[in-house]
Write a protein that binds this ligand. Sequence first.
Ligand code: ADP
Ligand code: MG
Length: 608
Amino acid sequence: MGIHLLPEDVASRIAAGEVVERPASVVKELVENSLDAGASRIEVETRDGGVALVRVRDDGEGIPSAEAALAFRRHATSKLTTAADLERIRTLGFRGEALASIAAVSCVTCTTRYLEEEIGIRLRIEGGSLVSRAPVGRPPGTELVVEDLFYNVPARRKFLHTARTERRHIDAFLTRYAIAYPTVAFLLVHDGREILRTAGTGNARETLAAVYGPDLGRSLLEIPPDLTEQQDIRITGFVGPPTVHRANRGYMTLFVNGRWIEDVRLSYAIVQAYHTLLPVKRYPVAFVMVNLPSEAVDVNVHPAKAEVRFRDPDTVFRAVQRAVRTTVIGTAPAAHTWTTERSPTETQTQRERLAQLQPAQSPLTFAPTHASPAASSLGPPQGGATDIHLQDASPPSPREATTSSPPRQGLPALPPLRVIGQLATLYIIAEGPDGLYLIDQHAAHERVLYERMRAQALRGDIGSQPLLQPVVVSLPQTTGERLAEVLPLLKHLGLEAEVFGPATYLVRTVPAHMTHTDPASLLTDMLEALDEGPESPNMIQTELEERLIRRICKRAAVKAGQVLSQEEMARLIRDLEATENPRTCPHGRPTIVQIPTAALARQFNRDS
Ligand code: ADP
Ligand code: MG
């Protein structure tokens, strides 16, 4: 095949691919156009995840009827004329590509009336060709209906994910813009169901509550104005207190000059601002908006305009870090002191404190009998009968501890260990046949609970504990809906809840080990677990179940900072011995660190 120029329709479909990757890109481009048109109301409706239909309606200035057809030509824009204009872009759009790209790969109906004209116009464009135009009466503003996305690009259509995944991308986009533009009223409807509605009254907190749920929305801290030294960089937004953190970076959002962007460095600036305030591998919730002169930032980096380049990246980095840090520090709770000493006289108060922490139902639900690993992990839970009550647990004899766990073939069984004490209310110190052993109490308990719960799930008999009063939990509007799909699975895991409203659930029971945990954080955990892995339509149920179980056990396990009695520690170690994989927690971190006697001898310059 000789070299030749591509026919126009092929070239435009290739170009369209860069702008329109998925239904959410259509929503993004259309909503950006509405914002550029000065809309105060923007309504978005989708069907079938946006593949069948995306409708965006606004009350902006509209398009003059003589120019409407032109708007669908490539490089047609009203937003810039000269190359110099590229240096100071104040609109979200500027490339003049979006409408052309969308129209090339779908069927578009555009109805618009320009502010200064008496009558509007309706255009129908199929696969990039104008098929009809007619005058219409309507109020000023624009409505774009995009149908049958990628109907003429089968390769692209094949790679679209489930409607649910596409809806999530759309939700992610629109909720963020709703927060960033509090004076615009947004409405989002999927398949006839209202997902998000904001009032547009300018109250960002109201919008935050609508998006993140009332509790999280309320807990976010507003970045005070005038925190930045530089006159021309303004940082605004909301950040979570250190007590609020998430398992992934997905809860950090950055806007630059009104545009949602991805920026690894600035995300890092936010994480840095929380340095030492968050647990390891946890990420903050933050919504940070950077405003700076349009000359100081180049938005013309990427067709989807999702990246920007700063003229002076270091200054922006410092400004963000400083604003977030100051906001967070201003409110951080004082560090709490740990009990590291245990003296006999202290025991009583520690017990009392423990009893307060876990009234009646202790999270330390180690099985009381320990005949064999199988019996221990497979024995049915008998309501609260398996709970150890701290006071009446009898100290296990060392013999019991060593004989309880017959070594399994081929498995790295734990040696018999004798508990010496607790270190930093986090590690159990134990003596074994070859030296000193440090056991991470949280990781070890996670492992024990995980294997027990998994075995129970397999047999379908995870115990559940009814709450005295059913609890109503409101989750963020957009993501909260997802939980409805897994309610049967959650019930199987002992967490019984029912839909009580949009993204609101009535929790009736919690898993047997979980009576001390508040149902709201449990449901949030479950949501996070849903988000944890890659979303694949054919993900098998058990994978998801595993993820949920891991999450429940993480929540249920004894925490760092919790004082354990000698008996509790001994029991934990025996239960750990009984597990199949005693040496790692369900997330793969080690549960045990050993310091061999020989290593100690070396440290003491002894020739052992
Ligand atoms: P760009 O936004 O980069 O200019 P688009 O292809 O997205 O390019 O849009 C082309 C032009 O159509 C815009 O410059 C604008 O003049 C007009 N336009 C598009 N959508 C709207 C809308 N919702 N309201 C008013 N004008 C619009
Ligand atoms: Mg545009």
